[in-house]
Design a protein around this ligand. Structure first.
Ligand code: ZN
Length: 261
């Protein structure tokens, strides 16, 4: 973990420092070496939150795009008493989880249920075959009338199967921590797979990293989306008073001309 409690203050790891885990309260020690970035580690082998993943440089680089007080936030479920550490939790309630290692679909689904308002960011470089496979399938993306949004007819040929039954957006990052010189290389972009719907085809948005980070920080894209979801579209209810004054009245589920009565 990146932040631990030292005298009750969330602090970064410094050489020789001792602290306590903000989650389970057990002792943690600072690990400051030359190979891995500075972090805190539990004295025991096991981590306290079973969902907690050993941090890679890729994790760290992603987290550092956001405010320190949004990083490693304890998320509670009041109803079940369950709690977990969210990689990022914004002050408007959105959770980002950065996933490097394999996650089975049942586990993925239970985390989606726990966090509800969340986005996955997946390290697409873990398996060497995933990017070439994606690159090939990407040639069949179909354009839509919205710029940057595409239709994918066969999502299972495009993305790792563990991710395609997602109920929340999944962002694939095929660049990882690599440095890519060619500006046209498609790994410079992020690919957001929209949540699964009733339709067989799926939607994918191609976005830049900067755009994604800006959207999260400002709350623009995703806060707006929540508002839209809250708007319940109901068919216009028959307004009897208005109908009575007009020459139409609502009768047996439709408006009919008054003179029929
Ligand atoms: Zn702990």
């Amino acid at each position: 973990m990146k932040l631990a409690l030292v005298n009750n203050v969330r602090s970064y790891a410094t050489k020789g420092a001792k602290g306590s885990c903000p989650f389970c309260g057990s002792d943690v020690i600072a690990k400051c070496g030359t190979i891995k970035t500075d972090h805190w580690a539990h004295k025991g082998v096991r981590n306290c939150d079973p969902w907690w993943e050993n941090e890679t440089d890729w994790h760290r680089a992603w987290k550092d795009n956001f405010r320190a007080d949004w990083q490693e936030v304890i998320a509670h479920d009041e109803a079940t008493g369950e709690k977990h550490i969210a990689d990022i939790k914004t002050d408007y309630g959105l959770v980002l989880e950065f996933q490097h290692s394999h996650l089975n679909p049942i586990e993925r689904s239970s985390r989606e249920k726990f966090y509800k308002n969340m986005i996955w960011v997946v390290d697409g470089t873990r398996l060497k075959r995933d990017y070439p496979r994606f690159e090939k399938a990407k040639q069949d993306f179909r354009v839509t009338n919205k710029q940057g949004i595409f239709i994918v007819d066969f999502p299972d040929e495009c993305f790792p199967s563990a991710w395609i039954n997602n109920r929340v957006p999944v962002i694939f990052d095929f660049k990882g921590t690599d440095v890519i010189v060619d500006a046209k290389d498609s790994r410079n972009y992020l690919y957001m797979l929209y949540p699964k719907s009733a339709a067989r085809h799926r939607f994918v948005a191609i976005i830049t990293r900067e755009f994604f980070v800006d959207c999260i920080i400002s709350g623009n894209l995703f806060a707006k989306k929540q508002e839209t979801q809250k708007q319940v579209v109901t068919p216009p209810a028959p307004n009897r008073r208005v109908a009575a004054r007009s020459q139409y009245v609502f009768h047996k589920g439709r408006y009919v001309r008054r003179w029929r009565f």
